[in-house]
Design a protein. Structure first.
Length: 365
């Protein structure tokens, strides 16, 4: 709650002295004016003119009211100067002490704007500082995660190549085995670096979209055909539904293809026990809703709010086994947002669904 500025005893005394002094000064001026009117001396003129004025009591009352009003205005002006001086002291102290707390003080409307502007400045500084802290934390986490994910396969590469370098092998087959493992681990590192580059690219402020008009239903049909063989190997069937049959919209087909590629790969790799993957597109009045769903093992509730976080894995060991970098869904989310859309996930015993909302026409340079 905002508190009014309190005056100390000295300041209250100054206001009281100024009020009484100003009012008495007006009375002295009144006496001088009244005593100056007439041909007699000052005292006689004062007596004669005062006698005349007592017959016009309303005039005396009007003059007194005006004088009281002027006295009040002068005292109030001095009070506002005192408020301004206290505000200066408060802001000066806040600057010296490097305080980031808002000033909870209520003053007259003409000065309240200064307090509100200062508080707005503090709020913006706090938000900027928090953003910087989050940015630093995010960078630290990124470095930690990248270092961890690269160190593991790199250790294997160095280890197996070290065996070959030290001639710790029996025959050519063993050499081929070691080089094959080192090659696979190198591909893991390459995959991670490529994913990092792609994620950084879509996160960059200057990232641009190559907008073209395309048919979303046709894109989903093409993706279904691309992943049909892999789905069959895993005992899954990909089903495409589109309402209407043709959905024309604006978008960067390369980036959108990457979004749905990541979502489908996610369903194939981690949809344990799934028999179907559904690719559904529905055109509404102002948007196109695209859903990639599977009927596999549900995502734990505690993990749902983290699935779009960088390097987050619902099951760490399983993700590493399947070659996941933990960046696929983060990249998908960034690309959807780049199109002015949103993406969310729901998961229960029946179905896990990633639902994306896209504006029908979105142009973003």
């Amino acid at each position: 709650m905002n508190k009014r500025i309190k005056l100390n005893a000295k300041e209250k005394g100054v206001l009281l002295f100024e009020g009484i002094g100003t009012f008495l000064l007006f009375q002295i001026i009144n006496a001088i004016i009244i005593g100056s009117l007439g041909k007699n001396n000052f005292v006689l003129n004062l007596q004669n003119n005062w006698s005349l004025l007592t017959n016009k009591l309303w005039a005396i009352i009007v003059v007194l009211i005006m004088e009281i009003a002027l006295t009040a205005a002068i005292v109030l002006s001095t009070f506002h100067k005192m408020e301004l001086e206290q505000i200066k002291q408060i802001l000066h102290k806040a600057a010296i002490d490097d305080q980031t707390k808002q000033v909870q003080t209520k003053v007259n409307p003409s000065l309240q704007g200064i307090i509100e502007s200062f508080n707005l400045l503090i709020l913006n500084m706090d938000q900027h500082a928090e953003e910087q802290r989050q940015s630093e934390k995010s960078k630290d986490e990124l470095i930690s995660n990248v270092s961890h994910d690269i160190r593991t396969p790199l250790t294997s590469v160095i280890g197996y190549l070290g065996l070959i370098e030290g001639k710790n092998f029996n025959d050519l087959n063993q050499i081929l085995k070691y080089t094959h493992i080192a090659y696979k681990k190198s591909l893991e590192m390459q995959n991670l670096v490529n994913s990092l580059f792609e994620f950084a690219n879509v996160q960059h402020a200057t990232s641009r979209l190559k907008m073209t008009k395309f048919d979303m239903a046709q894109m989903l049909d093409q993706l279904s055909a691309d992943f049909e063989l892999e789905a069959n190997k895993r005992g899954m069937e990909i089903i495409v539904n589109s309402t209407p049959d043709k959905i024309m919209m604006q978008g960067d087909t390369e980036k959108l293809g990457r979004v749905f590629n990541n979502l489908i790969m996610n369903a194939l790799k981690y949809g344990k026990g799934a028999t179907h993957i559904w690719l559904n597109a529905e055109q509404k009045e102002q948007e196109v809703v695209v859903t990639v769903a599977n009927n596999g093992q549900p995502i734990p509730k505690d993990s749902l709010k983290h699935v779009f976080d960088r390097f987050y894995r619902v099951e760490d060991s399983r993700s590493k086994k399947t070659g996941g970098t933990g960046l696929g869904l983060a990249i998908a989310q960034s690309m959807v947002q780049l199109h002015g859309g949103t993406i969310a996930v729901t998961s229960d015993k029946e179905k896990t669904a990633f639902v994306s909302h896209f504006p029908i026409s979105k142009s973003k340079d």
